[in-house]
Design a protein around this ligand. Structure first.
Ligand SMILES: *Cc1c(COP(=O)(O)O)cnc(C)c1O
Length: 411
């Protein structure tokens, strides 16, 4: 894994050069394209700070990245910032997820939800168009700890779902029970499976057992493709674990979703979807005639500034800087776990992730509320989680532990 770290100056230069290659609405006003600069009364383009603010400048320049820019034709008037998006997708595909160069298509989606649904949409249409599948012959398989965008996708795409139960302690899918469900599904006519593997669940930071799942589907001779939900862990797990199964080196992995607006601390609207080349055509909307190069995405119009924001963060750290940052967060998580163990608090934690999810017995509700701990269920919490991010410093955790000690003594 390697991509170069850029200086502030270099980042600024690259982004301003890209904006310069796009159509400038002020110099050459387009009269057909329904695009323009932002309202000049509210977002004035001569604000003095803009010359040192590449992201804000891209916002004000307002490029529309409608469509997919890793394949086919694209709207030429935004070619400058589209090239930044292409580089971003290539870094994620090749350096984070081990793809060969130019072997993956993708785009910056509104978030992990859209990225997941885009991948499911492509896969569902592939099964229908290439293998003649009927809707009720396709099922999505995901664990009971998976994000709610899976049932959302199942509902929108009108396919079946199989929810795999997990072990209460290890949070791993119970493969024996899953085998029973698959046998039943097969008997009821399901022939094609979209298998979701969590490269970290949102609540536990658990990572699904990819090898166990692949072995099971093979042993039953089922037709399946794997989508990896990396919305939470996509910018963590590949940096803390060397796991080739969770990469494009694994032939069963069809697609990934990532969210830069979680761990990467980029603005909302920065999901990423990556799909093996040759498949995104299954999501092409033939009727998107006014879009140059058609539209292969779920979203339609989207801001080019979002791609620029993610690219800037990745370039500001470089692969080495980001790996070091994740290592530091995991060190702090290790330390927190030691402190909790000393106090007899029971928790789940994947060793390569920065989430600690605690059993509620010794956690006072007022304490949980004071520190904004997140429950698995707001009505009846069975778990409370802590996410060790940048702002969750040892100082903050110290305060939490002191309050925890007080509440334990008072109990
Ligand atoms: C947050 C999350 C999503 C959804 O992402 P949004 O950006 O909120 O749409 C999907 N999967 C996982 C594992 C997540 O943590």
């Amino acid at each position: 894994m390697y991509w170069k770290k850029y200086s502030r100056q270099k980042i600024r230069d690259v982004v301003f050069e890209a904006i310069g290659k796009n159509l400038n609405y002020r110099d050459s006003p387009p009269i057909g394209l329904p695009a323009s600069y932002l309202d000049p009364k509210v977002f004035y383009s001569d604000a003095p700070f803009l010359s040192e603010a590449p992201f804000m400048s891209t916002m004000v320049a307002n490029p529309n990245h409608i469509g997919c820019h890793t394949m086919g034709d694209s709207e030429p008037v935004f070619s400058g910032t589209q090239a930044i998006e292409r580089e971003l997708i290539e870094i994620c595909a090749t350096q984070i997820f081990g793809a060969e160069s130019d072997a993956v298509d993708g785009y910056v989606a509104s978030g992990g939800t859209e990225a997941n649904i885009q991948a499911f949409w492509v896969l569902r249409n592939y099964f229908i168009q290439e293998l003649g599948a009927a809707h009720d012959e396709i099922a999505m398989v995901y664990s009971s700890d998976a994000h709610y965008s899976m049932p959302k996708g199942v509902n929108l795409l009108n396919i079946k779902s199989i929810v795999a139960q997990v072990d209460e302690e290890t949070r791993l899918i119970d493969l024996i029970k899953l085998k029973e469900s698959l046998t039943q599904a097969k008997a009821s006519g399901v022939k094609y499976f979209i298998v979701v593997m969590n490269m970290s669940t949102t609540m536990f930071g658990s990572v699904d057992d990819m090898e166990g799942a692949i072995d099971l589907f093979h042993s039953m001779s089922l037709n399946f493709k794997i989508h990896v939900d990396g919305a939470y862990g996509g910018f963590i797990y590949p940096f803390s674990a060397k796991d080739v199964l969770y990469s494009f080196q694994n032939e069963h992995v069809f697609s990934f979703s990532l969210d830069a607006h979680k761990m990467l601390l980029s603005p909302y609207g920065t999901g990423i979807v990556l799909i093996r080349k040759g498949y995104i055509d299954y999501a092409m909307t033939q009727e998107a005639n006014y879009v140059k190069g058609k539209d292969y995405t779920l979203i339609g119009s989207r801001s080019g500034a979002n791609a620029v924001a993610i690219w800037m963060i990745l370039r500001a750290y470089g692969s080495e800087g980001w790996t070091a940052k994740i290592a530091e967060l995991l060190d702090r998580t290790d330390w927190l776990c030691e402190q909790l163990s000393k106090r007899g608090i029971v928790y789940f934690r994947h060793p390569k992730m920065n989430i600690v999810t605690m059993k509620p017995d010794m956690i006072d509700k007022a304490l949980a509320e004071k520190y904004f701990l997140v429950p698995d269920d707001h009505d009846s919490p069975a778990w409370w989680k802590i996410v060790v991010m940048d702002h969750v410093t040892e100082g903050v955790l110290d305060h939490f532990l002191l309050d925890l000690d007080k509440s334990i003594t008072n109990a």
